[in-house]
Design a protein around this ligand. Structure first.
Ligand code: ZN
Length: 378
C-alpha cells in the first residue's frame, strides 16, 4: 500500500513522510481516525514507506520485495493485532487469514462491525487479550528479519483489556531496537490514559465535503455535482461515500425496523390508532435477533434519522440529503421532532448504545426504548 493509494488529506501524509525524512520517527504513535476514514491503510502505507529502500520524498516505491510483502500483509516484520473473540488460546493470529482477506477486499477500509461479521462474531464484543500481548512481547524481543523497523499495528487499541495493558506499557516506553508501534483507535476517549501518555498522537480528520467530492469524482469518474451530492449523503464518511450506489440490504432493514419502532411508539399513546401490543413484542424479537453490533448500528441509524428531522425543521435541508424513501418519511415525521423532545431522544438513544455495550438484556432494553420514545412523541 503506497501513500498514493490512501485516501486521507495530503497534509497528514506529508506529516508522516516528514518524520522519516527528518529521522524523527516516534516509536509509539496513536492514530486517531473515526470509522469511515482510511486510517488503517495509512498505518500500513507508513510502515511500508519507512522500510522501503527506494523511497522518495513522497512515497514508497511499491515494487521492491519489501514493498510487495508489506502490500500483501506478508512481511515477516509486520505484525497486526486486532479485536477477536475472547477464548482460551485465541489470539489475533488465529484470525490472520480473514484479516488479510478483508483488508485486501476493502483496501483497508472497513468498520469494526464489518470485521466482526467477517469472523462470524456478531453477538459478542471483541477483545485484544493476554495471548496477544504475550505473543507481541516475544516478537518485540526478536531481531528484525530483513527490514529496518519491526512494525506492530494494533487496530482498535481501546479493546486492550485494562488488566493486561501494564505488560504492554513498558515495551511502549522502551522498545528493543528499532520497533514501531502504530496504535489505531476510532474512540480516543476509550483508550487507556497510560497508553495515550506514551504515544504521539496523530489525528486523521474526515474530509470536508469539497475534499471528499474531489476524491469521489476521481475514484468513480463521475461529474462533480454527483460526487458532491454523494459526499453530502454520506455525511463526509469516506467508506459510506464509496459504497453509495444503491442502498444495502442492511440499510433497508434498518429503515424498516426504525419505521416500525416509531409507529408502535406513537400508537402506544394515541389510542385511536389500531394498536396491538403483539406487534411490539415481535419487533423486540427482531431487535434481539440482530446481535449486539447490529443493534448498536441500528441505534446510531436512529440517531441519524432524528437529527435529519431536526435539521429539516430548521430548514437546513442542504445538510440532510437522504435517499428518496427516507426523504418521504422524514417529510411526514418531522413535525413530531420538536425543540423540547429532541434532547431526550438523543439521550435515550445514546444511553441505549451504552447499555448494549454493557451487555444489557436486549428484550428489556428495546421494550423500554419503545415506551420512552412513545412518551416523547405524546
Ligand atoms: Zn519499495
Amino acid at each position: 500500500m503506497r501513500f498514493a493509494d490512501v485516501l486521507v488529506p495530503d497534509a497528514v501524509k506529508r506529516q508522516l513522510v516528514q518524520t522519516v525524512l527528518s529521522g524523527r520517527v516516534s516509536h509509539a504513535q496513536l492514530f486517531y481516525g473515526m470509522e469511515g476514514t482510511h486510517v488503517l491503510a495509512l498505518a500500513l502505507a507508513y510502515a511500508q514507506y519507512i522500510n522501503c529502500p527506494n523511497r522518495t520524498e513522497e512515497d514508497s516505491c511499491g515494487v521492491c520485495p519489501s514493498c510487495r510483502q508489506f502490500g500483501q500483509l506478508a512481511h515477516p516484520d509486520l505484525h497486526f493485532y486486532f479485536p477477536h473473540p475472547a477464548g482460551k488460546d485465541l489470539s489475533s493470529y488465529n484470525f490472520y487469514n480473514e484479516w488479510r482477506e478483508i483488508f485486501t477486499e476493502t483496501n483497508g477500509l472497513f468498520t469494526l462491525n464489518e470485521w466482526y461479521r467477517k469472523i462470524g462474531m456478531e453477538n459478542k464484543q471483541g477483545i485484544i487479550n493476554k495471548d496477544d500481548i504475550d505473543l507481541l512481547m516475544q516478537q518485540t524481543a526478536l531481531k528484525s528479519y530483513e527490514s529496518e523497523y519491526k512494525v506492530f499495528i494494533i487496530w482498535m487499541v481501546e479493546k486492550i483489556n485494562g488488566q493486561i495493558a501494564p505488560k504492554l506499557l513498558k515495551t511502549l516506553e522502551e522498545p528493543d531496537g528499532k520497533t514501531l508501534f502504530l496504535l489505531i483507535t476510532a474512540n480516543y476517549d476509550q483508550v487507556l490514559n497510560t497508553i495515550v501518555s506514551r504515544s504521539q498522537l496523530l489525528k486523521i480528520n474526515r474530509f470536508s465535503t469539497d475534499e471528499l467530492a474531489a476524491v469521489i469524482q476521481r475514484k468513480k469518474n463521475c461529474d462533480y455535482d454527483t460526487a458532491h451530492r454523494q459526499a453530502l449523503m454520506a455525511e463526509n464518511d469516506l467508506a459510506t461515500a464509496l459504497r453509495i450506489q444503491e442502498r444495502t440490504e442492511t440499510e433497508n432493514e434498518q429503515f424498516a425496523l426504525f419505521q416500525e419502532m416509531m409507529r408502535y411508539a406513537y400508537a402506544l399513546y394515541h389510542p385511536i390508532r389500531n394498536f396491538e401490543f403483539q406487534s411490539v413484542i415481535q419487533w423486540v424479537g427482531k431487535m434481539e435477533a440482530l446481535g449486539r453490533e447490529n443493534q448498536k448500528q441500528f441505534l446510531r441509524y436512529a440517531l441519524g434519522m432524528i437529527r435529519k428531522c431536526m435539521l429539516k425543521n430548521m430548514q437546513l435541508d442542504q445538510l440532510v440529503p437522504s435517499v428518496p424513501d427516507e426523504e418521504a418519511w422524514i417529510g411526514k415525521f418531522k413535525p413530531f421532532i420538536r425543540p423540547d423532545n429532541v434532547s431526550p431522544f438523543y439521550t435515550q438513544l445514546n444511553t441505549a448504545v451504552k447499555q448494549v455495550e454493557a451487555n444489557a438484556n436486549s428484550k428489556m432494553l428495546f421494550t423500554d426504548l419503545v415506551f420512552s420514545i412513545g412518551k416523547y412523541l405524546k
